[in-house]
Ligand binder design. Structure first.
Ligand code: SIN
Ligand code: CO
Length: 380
């Protein structure tokens, strides 16, 4: 798979740019084939399961409005000639051939990547000047778009505006991106993209949990496990002095409980790995219609059947007594480390049947039965 970082090695890019500096890479992907066009994108945006937005308005007038899909043909035919953008999330999951594009970015750990968002904009189309909390690779797929950025800006947002648009924005740098060009932006760099002609931008977005997400998730994890994580106790309780007050001693006890729940929790690493396997996932795979028996699975693999990962399945793993505990959208599976790695590497994992012991075979069958992988028959 070719590297989309121009002259930079992965190491150089990560050291000098990742989370630090914006970086423009001309012709990151040469002869880039977008695979989808504006009509395909509009078609996706009409589907119930697809998360999409239509943003209308122009930077000059700041007259932004947003509507959310699913849309109908009538919504699209009512649009003006200029100044609108259609944005669709998770397109690589709805249209799996685009997973090949995500594979270019596999030098970044899979749990840090979120989704592929496609935006189609007509001339003047923009979502206004804003900041994002996540790193993003903006790959121009079709047409030209001008991107302006600045690192010095007032964070105040425009009031009474349906979008998070900065009140003020003065560009420090700007580029016009042509198909195949890519702009990497770390979080918190203000940016403004305006389509100079109708075209598409493919955004490879990352994800990073907030402390609030992690703590909320930990609470749910503990609530569902046998061990609630301890409970407040006060064997040295003193008689009430001021009604209603929670005094310093009590607060210290509550702090201690909270911190011990995090710092002394034997399961914390497992929680974190499980959490990241379902974080920000819009849908989860449904169980397969029929279960496969391990003997049939082994025979199918020996005959050359292929495995395909469900695009909605997220896999993360952690070493566990020399083996692996693999998490598939929050659910744990035990297997060998080589199987965990092979299953995560590529959405069509190549598994050599002769390497599978009975326990790995059981895990693989379970993953298939729970809808995380599809086993396709051998092509004739
Ligand atoms: C867009 O593609 O129009 C918006 C992407 C972004 O600014 O994050
Ligand atoms: Co943005």
């Amino acid at each position: 798979m070719s590297v989309p970082l121009g002259d930079f090695s992965h190491r150089q890019f990560l050291e000098e740019y990742w989370q630090k500096n914006p970086c423009l890479i001309r012709q990151a992907i040469t002869n880039f084939d977008p695979m989808l066009d504006a009509d395909d994108l509009a078609g996706l945006a009409c589907e119930e399961m697809v998360e999409s937005r239509l943003v209308t308005g122009s930077v000059d007038a700041s007259d932004w409005s947003v509507s959310h899909g699913p849309f109908s043909d009538a919504d699209f035919s009512a649009l003006p000639e200029e100044n609108w953008t259609l944005l669709v999330q998770d397109v690589e999951k709805h249209y799996p051939p685009l997973l090949a594009l995500m594979q270019h970015f596999s030098f970044i750990p899979n749990w840090r990547l979120d989704d592929l968002m496609l935006s189609y904009a007509v001339t003047g189309g923009s979502v206004g000047p804003h900041i994002d909390q996540y790193d993003v690779f903006l790959l121009q797929a079709q047409g030209t778009r001008r991107w302006q950025i600045t690192r010095t800006f007032e964070p105040a947002l425009r009031k009474e505006c349906p979008l998070n648009v900065l009140q003020q924005f003065t560009a420090e740098q700007e580029w016009v991106l042509e198909p195949g060009d890519m702009l990497y932006l770390p979080p918190n760099v203000a940016h403004l993209g305006i389509a100079l002609e109708p075209g598409m931008t493919y955004s490879i977005g990352s994800r990073a949990p907030s402390a609030a997400d992690l703590i909320q998730g930990l609470g749910e994890w503990l609530a569902f496990s046998d061990d609630e994580g301890g409970r407040y106790s006060d064997p040295d309780l003193q008689a009430v002095i001021r009604a209603g007050e929670i005094d310093g001693n009590a607060l210290q006890g509550l702090h201690k409980l909270l911190l011990a729940t995090i710092e002394e929790n034997q399961d914390l690493n497992h929680y974190l790995v499980a959490f990241m396997s379902r974080y920000r996932l819009a849908h989860e795979p449904a169980a397969a219609a029929a279960s496969i028996r391990t003997v049939d699975l082994l025979a199918a693999l020996q005959d050359g059947s292929k495995l395909f990962r469900n695009p909605w399945t997220r896999l993360t793993w952690i070493e566990n007594d020399k083996d692996a505990r693999l998490y598939a959208t929050g659910q744990p599976y035990d297997c060998s480390t080589w199987l965990a790695e092979a299953l995560c590497e590529w959405e069509q994992p190549r598994i050599r049947a002769e390497l599978l012991d009975q326990s790995d075979l059981n895990t693989l069958a379970e993953l298939i039965n729970n809808g995380h992988f599809l086993l396709t028959p051998v092509e004739l």
